[in-house]
Design a protein around this ligand. Sequence first.
Ligand SMILES: Nc1ncnc2c1ncn2[C@@H]1O[C@H](COP(=O)(O)OP(=O)(O)OP(=O)(O)O)[C@@H](O)[C@H]1O
Ligand SMILES: [Mg+2]
Length: 268
Amino acid sequence: MTNLNGRYAIQLHDVSVFYGHKPAIQHVTMPVVSRKITAYIGPSGCGKSTLLRVMNRMNDLVPSARVSGEVLFHGQNLYGPEIDPVEVRRRVGMVFQKPNPFPKSIYDNVAYGPRLLGVRDRAALDQIVAQSLKQAALWDEVRHELKKSGLALSGGQQQRLCIARALAVEPEVILMDEPCSALDPISTQKIEELMRDLSRHYTIVIVTHNMQQAQRVSDYTAFISVRKEERPNEEYRWGELVEYGSTMELFAHPQQEETADHIAGRFG
Ligand SMILES: Nc1ncnc2c1ncn2[C@@H]1O[C@H](COP(=O)(O)OP(=O)(O)OP(=O)(O)O)[C@@H](O)[C@H]1O
Ligand SMILES: [Mg+2]
């Protein structure tokens, strides 16, 4: 057998997430291929963000959330008893829809994670900050004003600062939840180029509502859709994986009619 653990950074096996008694997403089985970009697409409320948060245990922070199934990270279940969620979040970083720099200097934003991990040496921190900002394609724009507040940057720069902050703790996987949806087209293009560049060294999962973006940046795409069930006095809605495959294949030859409708913008 080939070494699946090398090819797949993460493998989801029959993953379901409930908030209280209500399912948000059910029975998802699919891999996340190492050093590639995977896009999650699907209608609002189908559980894309929920599924992303499963992969770095961010759902732990939602008291009502319960996860079942297995999330294997290099073959090890992230929900196993011996796993430290803080270490998981270091190795699997996250970037959100709205850029959310801390109200601190550019330098301190990037140095924040390394400091938490115990890096105190100034030269070492300087080096990490510079390298992370370079990797995030922001260095040239901010190198002379590292003391400036992160909040004083433009939206696109703030998002790249958040990416630099994520990179500073040397993650393997970066989860991006609609990272461009608050940005103008030029900033979006910059982030897309940056993602392509980063995918040489990092595994990236991106949630996007933009079909063109999914096609431009991702190697693999998963289409998730909503299922409904009427119960007495309430309606259950949850997401299910409809189709997963190479982005080129999925967009050129969708296997399911539902996928074809979604990517053509025919929302039912
Ligand atoms: N913290 C929470 N507590 C309770 N229910 C939640 C919570 N977060 C999400 N949900 C529910 O889980 C379902 C999936 O939500 P989720 O945010 O994962 O969807 P999504 O696909 O990311 O949607 P969108 O495209 O609008 O961002 C929704 O029904 C939502 O109401
Ligand atoms: Mg979402």
